[in-house]
Design a protein around this ligand. Structure first.
Ligand code: HDE
Length: 716
């Protein structure tokens, strides 16, 4: 892709103006013509080596402590433009939060093509192995507001903006491969039902309430996704350990104009990991920003999270033979049927400099596609193609949101769009329309359409369809709402199935409308009778009659790719492991474990009853976290190195006892010295494959010991 010369129509005069002519921090972004541009990020004036505080128009401020008053004790004057500008700007700091996905964390990174696929797509980024482009990813929860907790039971958004040399490509997906509804027209209803209830304004960031379950029980197509949300996928351990999915069927188009259907997948290099529900709830109290901190700190420490991008590729002929419709976003394509081929890798390697400017103002749009990637007729996707552009205008306030650095493409862009609020480009000349012949008079004529390289829509968007009819109907091929939900449930391990049942019991126990619970149970019988029975028993309810299914569900077998536990990785990589110590603990031993964890790519965290510096055998040691403030839910495994007298003391400290009790009941590895036994006894921790002496830690590793679960939780 050639970098064209900047057209006068989009010349950006921003770069040489900055408040106070300051020279503080220079941020490089991309100009309208694709050329790098420098913006001065701070409003400080460094011209004589000192940072001078100024107002937004460059006037130096003499006093930032006192407003201007008529007399020392008199009224504040309206003429105090410094005070008024400061308060005025502050009053308008907030913009409307996203109606969904308001809570999110973002990071910059790079995408690299690892397999060239020109036979499938002409997308520039997939033409050569080793081709790279910058990316920005925003990972989010869906239902809660911007300040809500990171670990509710919820779907997670997985949005990636690829700044390619042929324009921005936004892959705006989720961590679950299917969706609640089939048609965009139901989205406002669905979202209203899951957000806090309209009259009372609660619950925040939770699906465990009447209106959500009322909606999903009335809309059987949501059942498949409800199972995913109630599974451990709904409570991820870390944003770095989630899968991502494009959800819809998209289309690749190659140079010859041939199309292939595709599904996008992101596979985390660290493996998939979730929490238990009890753990998620406790993390919310211990650190409501758990996921945001985890992502930020991992990147700051140089432990860059990575995901492989994969595609499932199939053609229309294959699609026709399936017992479901590939245009139906409530269905997935089992990986056993169409394997996922890995074509690239994303590495997030740079934290944002400013949360608001980047993570808050980033505007994702599924309409951002590049030549070689196209949509399909999925009616959910088609609705999204309108919604995202529209929402940015209300969130960011102007049609010129594409000029905000995080949203601007990093390749040239030229057109005749003009003016609008907050216009920061300064186009020169008269050419603001086309066609024009101004060039013939020696004037700048502006850009022209490019038939050879421009975006061409794939012509056959009428799959199994008669485009001459206007109909408001749901195709018959979308009618099976239960078979894949059944396949999902039956693909889970015993303990994962128990988690789904418990999650449903918990959520439905919060539903006060009895008929809603019954209706959901009646639907659930179509998924799996034993699951429905289990949930009914958990609620002490009788099973209602089975709901009539629009189409009788079928047994479609199982798929291991749907289970987290079946794919679990036993690794310290990216995991954080607590080392508990106290007075007299052996420094050498502590350091040995620290080194081991670090060499395996994990993060050791020292936890002690006091943080400032404790006398240990061999020196003084500071802790990273206070025992009472660092519950074991924050770690993936725990190690305890305590002298018997200190252990005896801690055995009477509920924080210490709870620390081990939780690590045990959350099925984590506990490696401990002999002295610790007295606390373990009080915490009810019994020996098993994961409760081991210190010297076995390396062998056992950092994984969950699910076989322990029936001992610590009623899985009935
Ligand atoms: Fe979204 N969605 N969505 N969505 N969505 C938004 O756009 C919408 C859907 C997803 O980190 C909004 O900028 C409609 C599916 C993510 O900034 C809004 C429909 C999937 C994000 C919107 C859907 C998603 C959003 C709110 C049904 C997975 C966060 C703010 C037709 C494939 C992006 C915004 C970020 C955000 C509309 C369904 C993923 C209102 C109408 C399916 C990851 O435009």
């Amino acid at each position: 892709m050639s970098h064209e010369k900047s057209s006068p129509s989009t010349d950006n005069a921003l770069h040489d103006h900055a408040p106070g002519a300051g020279k503080t921090k220079v941020v490089e972004t991309v100009g309208a013509g694709g050329e790098p541009q420098q913006h001065i990020a701070h409003d400080a004036d460094h011209s004589d080596g000192v940072a001078h505080l100024t107002d937004n128009f460059g006037h130096r401020i003499s006093d930032n402590e006192n407003s201007l008053k008529a007399g020392a004790r008199g009224p504040t004057l309206l003429e105090d433009f410094i005070l008024r500008e400061k308060i005025f700007h502050f009053d308008h700091e907030r913009i409307p939060e996203r109606i969904v996905h308001a809570r999110g964390s973002g990071a910059h990174g790079v995408f690299e093509c690892t397999k060239a696929i020109p036979e499938l797509t002409k997308a520039s980024i997939f033409q050569h192995v080793g081709a790279t482009c910058p990316v920005f990813a925003r990972l989010s929860t869906v239902a809660g507001g911007a300040g809500s907790i990171d670990t509710p039971r919820d779907v997670r958004g997985f949005a990636v903006k690829f700044y390619t040399d042929s324009g921005n490509w936004d892959l705006v997906g989720n961590d679950i491969p299917v969706f609640f509804i089939q048609d965009a027209i139901k989205f406002p209803d669905f979202v209203h039902s899951v957000k806090m209830e309209a009259d009372r304004g609660f619950p925040q960031a939770a699906s465990a309430h009447d209106t959500f379950w009322d909606f999903v029980s009335l809309v059987p197509e949501s059942t498949h996704m409800v199972l995913w949300a109630m599974s451990d996928r709904g409570i991820p351990r870390s944003l770095r350990m989630m899968e991502g999915f494009g959800v819809h069927t998209f289309r690749f188009v190659n140079e010859k104009g041939e199309g292939h259907f595709i599904k996008f997948h992101w596979k985390p290099v660290l493996g998939i990991e979730s929490t238990t529900w009890d753990e998620a709830v406790k993390i919310a109290g211990a650190n409501p920003d758990f996921h945001r901190c985890d992502l930020f700190e991992a990147i700051r420490e140089g432990n860059f999270p990575q995901w492989d991008l994969g595609v499932q590729v199939f053609d229309e002929e294959w699609a026709e033979k399936q017992p479901y419709d590939v245009l139906d976003a409530t269905k997935l394509i089992p990986e056993e049927e169409i394997p996922v081929q890995i074509i690239g890798r994303m590495t997030l390697n740079r934290n944002v400099d400013n949360f608001f400017a980047e993570t808050e103002q980033v505007a994702f749009m599924p309409t951002n596609v590049i030549p070689g990637i196209d949509f399909t007729n999925d009616p959910l996707l088609q609705g999204r193609l309108f919604s995202y552009l529209d929402t940015q205008k209300s969130r960011l306030g102007t049609t010129n949101f594409h000029q905000i650095p995080i949203n601007a493409p990093k390749c040239p862009f030229h057109n005749f769009q003009r003016d609008g609020m907050m216009q920061t480009l300064v186009p020169v000349g008269r050419a603001n329309y086309e066609p024009n012949s101004l060039a013939e008079a020696g004037e700048e004529g502006g850009p022209r359409a490019c038939p050879e390289t421009g975006y061409v829509t794939f012509p056959e968007n009428g799959e199994r369809n008669d485009p001459t009819q206007k109909l408001r109907i749901r195709p018959e091929s979308f009618a099976d709402h239960y078979s894949q939900a059944r396949m999902f449930y039956r693909s889970q391990t015993e303990s994962e199935q128990a988690h789904i049942a418990s999650a449903m019991v918990f959520e439905l126990s919060k539903v006060q409308l009895e008929h809603v619970r019954k209706r959901f149970l009646a639907n659930l019988r179509n998924v799996d009778e034993s699951l429905a029975k289990r949930v009914a028993d958990g609620l002490a309810m009788d099973l209602p009659a089975k709901a009539k299914a629009a189409r009788e569900p079928q047994d479609w077998g199982t798929s291991d790719a749907l289970s987290i536990q079946k794919q679990a990785k036993n690794t310290m990589q990216g995991r954080s492991i607590a080392i508990l110590f106290a007075e007299g603990s052996d420094l050498q031993e502590i350091n040995r474990f620290k080194r081991l964890i670090e060499s395996e790519g994990g993060t050791p965290v020292l936890v002690a009853p006091k943080v400032g510096g404790i006398a240990v055998k061999g020196g003084t040691l500071k802790a990273d976290g206070l025992l009472a403030g660092s519950p074991s839910v924050l770690f993936d495994a725990v190690i305890s190195i305590l002298m018997p007298d200190q252990a005896a003391k801690l055995a009477h400290d509920s924080a210490a006892v709870q620390w081990f009790m939780d690590a045990y009941s959350h099925c984590k590895t506990i490696a401990h010295c002999k002295g610790t036994q007295v606390i373990l006894d009080r915490a009810g921790v019994e020996k098993d494959d994961g409760v081991v002496p210190l010297d076995q830690f390396e062998k056992v590793g950092v994984k969950r010991h699910w076989a322990r679960e029936p001992k610590v939780r009623d899985l009935a």
